[in-house]
Design a protein around this ligand. Sequence first.
Ligand code: SF4
Length: 621
Amino acid sequence: MVELGGGYVGRIAWVDLSKGEVKVKDIEPSWALKYVGGRGWGARIVWENVPPDVDPLSPANVLVVAPGPLTGLLVPGAGKVSFSAISPETGYYGDSNAGGFFGPELKHAGFDALVITGASDRPVYLWVEDGGIEIRDAEPYWGKGSLDAQEMIRQDLGDSSIKVASIGPAGENLVPIACVNCDWRNAGRTGMGAVMGSKRLKAIAVRGSLDIPVADPEALYEEARAAFEHVRDHEFARVLRKYGLAWYIDWSHDHACLPVMNFRRTTYEQKDALNAEAMLARVVTALTACPMCPMCCGKFSYVRSGPYAGAAVDGPEYETIAMIGTNCCLPSIEDVVYANWLCDNLGMDTISAGNIIAFAIECYEKGIIGPEDTGGLELRYGDPGCVFKLMEMMAKREGIGDVLARGVRFAAKKLGKGSEKFAIQVKGLEQSAYDVRAAPAMALAYATADIGAHHNRAWAITYDIEVGRDKYTREKAERVIYLQHVRPLFDMLGCCRLQWVETGLSLDYYARAFKAATGVELSVEELLRASERVYNLTRAINVLRGLTAQEDWLPDRAFDEPVPDGVVKGARLDRERFRELLRAYYELRGWDPETGIPTEAKLKELGLEDVASALGGLAKQ
Ligand code: SF4
């Protein structure tokens, strides 16, 4: 029997909103270690509790809110919390994570995870404090903006330091791209805000003052000292401390992967009005950081004058600037800050919102929709008014906003006329902000990501640039698989991946920190094995929900329309070579090379016998 000496606080709360009941269960150590925490626990709890035919917006879906075993401890960037459920946007497994202080506070309040089941018949919020959970009336906050509701809850509870995860009108209106705002940081992707809305759960407010146990505090401290110094003094950490992730706008532009005009172009004449230098000069007022992070990549931005004066956000970061700024051709960084604030308060994912609006404008340009569909609103690239108006229409599901709010896959099916070719999504999730026409590894990463086209599963574009952007080698498939295990491992441990990505903080360090925290030795290989286990588990969830290999694919634009500008002008993906790359990926994973279904042998090798048995004949190949 394994014993846990710390890291975990040892308790999961099961909150049944239909019955108004809270039950607290102790964690079972071998189960906890097998799936590590965060997204790993989320996937396993979804697997065990949500049958494959469940409607994501029904009470039978479960929402798992889980930090990880390192969250809240002395580890750089250890502030992550994952939200997992069946996604109302894709219909498949979904998760998203947020940094900031909410995750650590939840552990200090005495919980490793909250599992929220059922649905309330009236708006409620959870009040979590030092081992106790109350389900409270949220009627006064329902209908309010997400950030506004957070402030009201803090005021009503009389403590400005309370941490709150909340939804806005988009989540209440079951918009499938609704996010969960965790104070200023967001769990943006896959519609976890709509799952909260379907349960009439407006918010989770947390205050914690309990200790998080640590097996070997001295070892954790010694490890942390070297790790913090490494990150603090790293040359690129200095760059990110100064510029934040907005630094990548220029990088992406220079490497011709910046999305412009719904992923048609990769260069934008007004890029310098939206890049990190513009941010620093015009809107940034302070550096911000998640707890225990010496990198401080966050920037607090404030619009000083003009029509959007007073708008303030923690950000905008690269994805938001690219998807709303360059992809919709907005003219100024102030427009992007306002759009970011608007999305946050409405409670909508900025990546999906920017992608959808750029798609809608292209539909309007091509005559697929007209003023009769938009209520007279003219849709144009470069027009901030139209972007803001569409955001509000989506959140409120008004007019064309109701169609767009369901995502570009749904909208393209509804609107037809060839719009599927330029609906830039995979598995129903809008692609995040890298053009992949000259990046087969990144394209493979998007095509095979378990939640749909999101970069956080495997950011492989730097590998494409390093080894050749026109290469479709087996090594690229191997690299994507490796990244799909490393990067989500951070979401399982409950810490930020950027210290590893940007400063090369070693994976061995995280294994040592895990041992110091929990008292359990797991090698890097064993931790990566756990991440592979979770990747196969989410694949199995998706297969049982109807996923086929046809959905491991990209929209036609990536194959048919050459990049018109930039350093890879003329490039596009090759269908046959990409198909071969995908086949190599399946083989390397131990999945059936035709169907992409995990084989019985692979699932058993990963200790997923029950999953193999549930897949039955599907996994027999
Ligand atoms: S690098 Fe940025 S996102 Fe990551 S923990 Fe630090 S401040 Fe947060």
